[in-house]
Design a protein. Structure first.
Length: 168
């Protein structure tokens, strides 16, 4: 041990082993916390489009819940069941209304319809990422990005109402 105590020897050995294998990304740093968890990837280019800025609060929440399920290779197999929505305080009616709104806005696309046997929710894909080849979807190389062409419907012009005039 060259005059080093047992603790210093283990400490130096551990440090040497980490430095020696620093190229190996599967090893974690001994002093870093690894409780970061997963996150929802919503790029700024997506958030700045009118398709997202015109969403209701509930629709944006459902979009974040779907995007949080994406792990890098399961686009096309993102689903949100009634029970999962209920746990997030989203009613059935709100869930289906917001999923339809997200499809209309071009932020998600349906890849697999729901079924009762076996029970499975409708599967979706986010459109800013290419669809992966999964059990419920067929892969494509290019993201459709249909949200970028969505425009809000034109608002009707304020016309004066036809008022009844009393003629004397």
């Amino acid at each position: 041990m060259d005059g080093a105590t047992g603790y210093e020897y283990l400490k130096n050995r551990r440090r040497h082993r980490f430095c020696q294998n620093s190229w190996n990304m599967s090893r974690s740093h001994p002093k870093r916390k690894t409780t970061a968890g997963r996150f929802a990837k919503l790029p700024r280019t997506v958030l700045a489009t009118p398709a997202v800025t015109e969403l209701t609060h509930a629709a944006f929440r459902v979009l974040v819940l779907l995007a949080a399920q994406f792990n890098g290779h399961n686009n096309g197999a993102l689903g949100l069941s009634k029970e999962q929505a209920f746990n997030q305080n989203i009613s059935n009616r709100t869930l289906y209304r917001t999923l339809r709104a997200l499809e209309i806005h071009g932020l998600i696309e349906r890849t697999y319809h729901s079924s009762r046997v076996p029970p499975r929710p409708t599967m979706f894909a986010i459109t800013w990422v290419a669809v992966d080849d999964t059990e419920w979807s067929k892969g494509s190389r290019v993201a459709t990005r249909t949200f970028s062409t969505w425009r809000p419907p034109a608002k009707p012009k304020n016309r004066p109402r036809n008022r009844l005039h009393v003629v004397q």
